[in-house]
Design a protein around this ligand. Structure first.
Ligand SMILES: [Zn+2]
Length: 256
């Protein structure tokens, strides 16, 4: 069991995060005129495949699975992490794989060049595991970004995702998309549902991200019941559920 990394807290972390949000932006150019939801999975644990994948596939939904190749076949506080067989299963099921760096480093503590190099290593390692599709979007480990890292990754990926909660609309930053965590027990579930409610009142792109999905989840995870409840609410809301790249295509269409 490796030690759980905690990003910088306090004033220094706060100022750096503010800079990361305000600089090196790539704004969504047009209005997001219909509600769109994306389910994404970070790292990603096998339990997410066991419990969440069937919920997606039975509804004909594609999700985006942010893979850190360095985690393949290992175990940490999130439980057992994906295997190369899982990657093949996801590809066969039409799911999308995204990039989450090879070593899961904190990008705010690295040069943009180093983050870019670690992403190249991740793409190569995943291709070596048999993944054929390109990695078109990226999620920052811990949601930690910097203007330098955003600039370095912008030419490589159509979008970069963070972990700051909110709904993405015209002007939102494709280099640090907002996303709502599926974690935090009952208050976390209430927060996820309230974001969905806000989406129904005013269209936009709501991205969820999950980690482990199991009966006794980590602090970053949720239970299968939690996940199912969110899926049922999304289905009832009538929002379109799309993978990250499908959502980007749809949003480009809406801007025309
Ligand atoms: Zn991660």
């Amino acid at each position: 069991m490796s030690e759980v990394y905690t990003p910088a807290s306090g004033l220094t972390g706060k100022i750096a995060r503010r800079k990361a949000r305000l600089l090196a932006r790539r704004p969504i150019s047009g209005p997001v005129s219909a509600p769109v939801v994306t389910f994404s999975f970070d790292d990603f644990p096998r339990s997410a495949m066991d419990a969440a994948l069937p919920e997606l596939t039975r509804r004909g939904w594609r999700g985006t699975w942010y893979a850190t190749a360095g985690f393949e076949g290992t175990e940490n506080h999130l439980g057992a992490l994906f295997t190369r067989g899982d990657l093949a299963e996801l590809a066969d099921a039409g799911q999308e794989i995204g990039c989450h760096t090879f070593a899961h480093g904190d990008a705010s503590a690295m040069t943009g060049q180093a983050v870019d190099a670690d992403c190249a290593k991740n793409r190569e390692a995943l291709a070596g595991m048999g993944l054929k599709s390109p990695l078109e979007t990226f999620a920052f480990p811990y949601g930690e970004a910097s203007p330098d890292a955003k600039r370095a990754l912008e030419p490589r990926y159509r979008a970069l995702r963070g972990v700051r909660p909110g709904i993405n609309r015209k002007g939102s930053d494709l280099n640090l998309l907002k996303a709502v965590g599926l974690d935090g027990g009952q208050p976390g579930l209430a927060a996820a549902l309230s974001h969905l409610n806000a989406l129904q009142n005013r269209p936009g792109w709501l991205i969820f991200y999950a980690h482990d999905v199991r009966d006794r989840p980590s602090e970053w995870g949720c239970t299968p019941d939690f996940f199912r409840t969110v899926c049922e609410a999304v289905e009832a809301s009538g929002a379109e559920v799309l993978s990250m790249t499908e959502a980007l295509d749809r949003i480009e269409e809406m801007a025309l």
